[in-house]
Design a protein. Sequence first.
Length: 202
Amino acid sequence: MGIQKMKLKMRSTNSSAKQKKSLGRKYIFVFEGIDGSGKKNLIDKVFDKLKDKYKVEKSSEPLDKSIIKDEGNNSLKIALYIADRYNHIKKIMGSSNEIFLISRYLYSTLAYQGQNANTCELKFIDKAQIKFRRPDLIFYIKTPIDKCFRNQNRFSLEELQKIYRAYDLILVGDTRLVEIDGSLPIQVQVDQIVNRIKKIIK
């Protein structure tokens, strides 16, 4: 089973809560992209644009950052990331906030850990991720690879290229996908994202 054949079957469940300005449910907006693509900076600026009007929260996966440095085998890392995601979603569902801006989510597990996964591990990822809520929108930040490479020191250029191709295979055809050109001025990117979010939450 190759990554391109994987189908994420996440359930799209809604959750309502009493809030000062109720939107009727919680909204999850995911930011995906390779290391160095500018996700954190974008999330910070989008958060600043929304925080005065909405109850908004930002976070990134994994919550437990020690997982990133863990040198265990790939099967263990996959299990740790999925367990971390379970805790993350549990925290979101228990929050009084209504809009959630998340750096990395379901798709990162396939794009990163899926690179070295065997057939059994890919099947495990697919089965485990059915349990997680699908986001309302996926903002895929497509920044030129050479710029991403300069912005980070975790991966080689060749490794980033593989992850970039994996993202393209995983996200193609997803109706929730919004591609953002990471080479555009940051304010243009922010405005594009905020406008799409506002269309969803109206």
